[in-house]
Design a protein around this ligand. Structure first.
Ligand code: KIV
Length: 280
């Protein structure tokens, strides 16, 4: 059954944990959908993980849409959320609405954007009013990596935790259906989770959130440039892939690939004709 933003909100009431992961292409999306992931995020982590950029700031709305279309084609049940990348929603409300609308037009069900400033809250209200479901994102917000002075845990003091709680409440009032909490102490995440009606989805935010999200390539050990301390690797796909490719190289170089079953052959009759041709 198709998961909707309503299902996600219902899960919080039922105390059923929400499972969210990222995907950037058709085959990855299909694996996550088949496995039963609730939310598939076409995250702007696409920038580093799939496109090799240094951080999320370089990825454009067109690149996001290109990958989101592939993800949408691979998904039957999960809720597909597209990250609005840097500069696609901050310049003007008009541009933000247009870009969010584009994400829904290609078949996604919601967008995610970072922050909770006055301007962002106004933009979210407008999006929600025209039927665009919005997921918020506070705590460490990667698009502000330069302003935040690097990948730093946020909300480490009681004052900052209260500030983040206010932001979360503002996002809820603006109409967000869920909020990602990134890299905050579990005490801060718990305070926010307990004081909201909408679900929190944590990444490096402890056990108390209503759900958890990770970058799939981190979980699978496929993206190995950097491993945040909160990531648990459930596989070593990167190493396993390298081993497989090395075996392929060995087999080709030693005449062991392709084998009989991996080769097409002519019928005996055609082979016979071919031999005659050779003799002529
Ligand atoms: O882009 C991303 O991958 C994210 C994380 C929260 C998973 O925003």
């Amino acid at each position: 059954m198709r998961i909707t933003t309503h299902t996600i909100k219902e899960y919080k009431k039922q105390k059923r944990k929400i499972i969210a992961l990222t995907a950037y292409d058709y085959s990855a999306a299909k694996v996550l959908d088949n496995a039963g992931v609730d939310v598939i995020l076409v995250g702007d982590s696409l920038a580093q993980v799939a496109l090799g950029y240094e951080n999320t700031l370089s990825v454009t709305i067109n690149e996001m849409l290109h990958h989101a279309k592939a993800v949408v084609r691979g998904v039957k049940n999960s809720l597909v959320v597209v990250d609005l990348p840097f500069l696609s929603y901050q310049v003007s409300k008009k541009e933000a609405i247009y870009n969010a609308g584009k994400c829904l037009q290609i078949g996604a069900q919601a967008v995610k954007l970072e922050g909770a400033s006055e301007d962002i809250l106004k933009t979210i209200k407008k999006m929600v009013s025209i039927g665009v479901p919005v997921m918020g994102h506070i705590g460490f917000t990667p698009q502000s990596v330069n302003a935040l002075g690097g990948n730093r845990v946020q909300g480490k003091t009681a004052d900052h935790a209260e500030e983040l709680l206010k932001q979360a409440k503002d996002l809820q009032s603006a109409g967000c259906f869920a909020i990602v909490l990134e890299m905050v102490p579990s005490e801060t995440a718990n305070l926010i989770t307990e004081n909201l009606d909408i679900p929190t989805i944590g990444i490096g935010a402890g056990l108390g959130c209503d759900g958890q999200i990770l970058v799939t390539d981190d979980l699978l050990g496929k993206y190995v440039d950097f491993k945040p301390s909160f990531v648990r690797r459930y596989a070593e796909i990167g190493k396993e892939s390298e081993r497989a490719v090395k075996n392929f190289i060995f087999d080709v170089q030693n005449g062991k690939y392709p084998g009989i079953n991996e080769t097409f052959y002519m019928s005996e009759c055609e082979t016979e004709k071919l031999c005659q041709t050779e003799k002529k």
